[in-house]
Design a protein around this ligand. Structure first.
Ligand code: AMP
Ligand code: MG
Length: 410
């Protein structure tokens, strides 16, 4: 851990000490400070991408009864050699069980998903049969068990079908529905507010004066928040004015999470820390040994988790993924808080000679990772062309051709 202690003057003339802490420490502090939101029941159709708040178990085996895997004829395999002629005694479509029986020398017409008649132990595909009046001729060898889906072969009754903390995906909702569930118990929904700060910023659609730029972090954060399942409740922009900032922060803290972009660095116009302190916030973190994103801030006002992200777009992006995303996932009840990691072959040599871990933006394509764009915290275009992050530890050197683990977020 880097522990460069610094003294931060604060408005009531006290001095407060903040150390630059490691990413691990920052993440630990944040995850200790946030709690899962209360669980609730949701209709299955509304549950996609939420996280299960309890284990769910199978009420029924899958399949629930022996049934046919094909459209064809169900037979007694031992009485059924190639060339055999069988009498068709009935038919069983998918649907209510007609409680038919098959004996040697007989066949019952059957369809995919239909329950197996008593006495039958194989299904012959209709493509392997020649119909002839109320008889069929078998054109293939038949083995017992063929084309029957046995009760419970996929899933046993009582087996766990959804673990607490697991994300609900489309196939999960289908599995729950197959069990007759109408609702599922999921974790809470995180409501988030976005607050961008900066006198230089103009909301897209407005007119740019010399020296001004369009505000783009709200769009970035809105997308990232939605990707990790949060609801964006308010998006606001505030000038670098302490009084306005205090009011805007107050409004933002009505949510579970407030994300402030810009104004957390050391400049004379960076008022976020002071505003938070004036509001009685508990500030747990200011500055983390991470590149880009060192001025990252985390604290709490009441139950609202407040994240101060540096204004440079790539810094905001990286610190969101490393610190905000896991916190939101924990609040939603997820078990796995990490970004997915995949192995990739590095295409260039890389060295981290900075004083912090460096997150390199790159393109992962066909298992190969190549840095893209300028590796600077303002370089939004490069970021927009990337789809993976490679973490280079302090002092780490890597050679082209090495296999590395990269984080993906798309
Ligand atoms: P700050 O963290 O406020 O010192 O801002 C650092 C850099 O990020 C400056 O170049 C800002 O103009 C830029 N920046 C801050 N906020 C935003 C934003 N919301 N959208 C685009 N750029 C921003
Ligand atoms: Mg600013």
């Amino acid at each position: 851990m880097l522990a460069i202690s610094s003294e931060l003057p604060i408005s009531n003339c006290q001095l407060i000490k903040f150390a630059v802490i490691s990413e691990e420490e920052a993440r630990k502090t944040i995850l200790e400070a946030v709690r899962p939101l209360p669980a609730r029941k949701l209709w299955i159709s509304k549950s996609l991408d939420f996280f299960a708040a309890e284990d769910h178990f199978a009420r029924l085996p899958l399949p629930n009864f022996d049934n046919s895997a094909m459209d064809g004829y169900t037979v007694v395999a031992s009485s059924c050699r190639k060339g055999e002629r069988l009498r068709v005694t009935g038919d069983q479509p998918a649907g209510p069980d007609r409680e038919l029986r098959v004996s040697s020398g007989e066949a019952v017409r059957i369809f995919t998903g239909a329950p197996m008649p008593a006495g039958a132990d194989a299904v012959v595909m209709q493509e392997d049969v020649t119909p002839d009046g109320d008889e069929i001729v078998i054109n293939t060898d038949v083995e017992a068990g063929e084309f029957i889906r046995r009760r419970g072969c996929d899933l046993a009754e009582g087996q766990r079908i959804l673990a607490k903390g697991e994300r609900i995906r489309a196939a999960t909702t289908a599995l729950l529905a197959s069990q007759g569930f109408t609702e599922v118990t999921v974790g809470g929904e995180v409501k988030a507010a976005i607050l961008s700060t900066g006198d230089e910023l103009v909301i897209p659609g407005g007119k740019l004066e010399p020296g001004q730029i369009y505000e783009s972090n709200s769009a970035l954060l809105n997308g990232l928040l939605k990707r990790c399942g949060a609801v964006v409740d308010s998006v606001e922009h505030c000038r670098d004015e302490p009084e306005l900032l205090i009011e805007a922060i107050k409004r933002g803290t009505r949510n579970d999470v407030l994300i402030i972009s810009g104004g957390v660095s050391v400049g004379e116009h960076d008022f976020v820390k002071d505003a938070l302190r004036d509001l009685g916030a508990q500030i747990d973190i200011w500055r983390v040994a991470i590149k880009p994103g060192k001025p990252f801030l985390f604290g709490k006002i009441g139950e609202c988790a407040v994240f101060g992200l540096p204004g440079n777009p790539v810094s905001a992006f990286v610190t969101f993924l490393q610190f905000v995303r896991p916190a939101i996932l924990k609040m939603m009840g997820a078990t796995d808080l990490d970004l997915p990691q995949v192995p990739a072959k590095l295409t260039v040599d890389l060295t981290n000679d900075s004083d912090r871990a460096h997150y390199i933006r790159g393109k992962l394509e066909h298992g190969r990772f190549t840095p893209v764009g300028r590796q600077e915290s303002h370089a939004l275009f490069g970021l927009s062309q990337s789809n993976a992050l490679l973490r280079l530890a302090l002092g780490q050197s890597l050679k082209a051709g090495e296999i590395v683990e990269v984080q993906i977020w798309d």
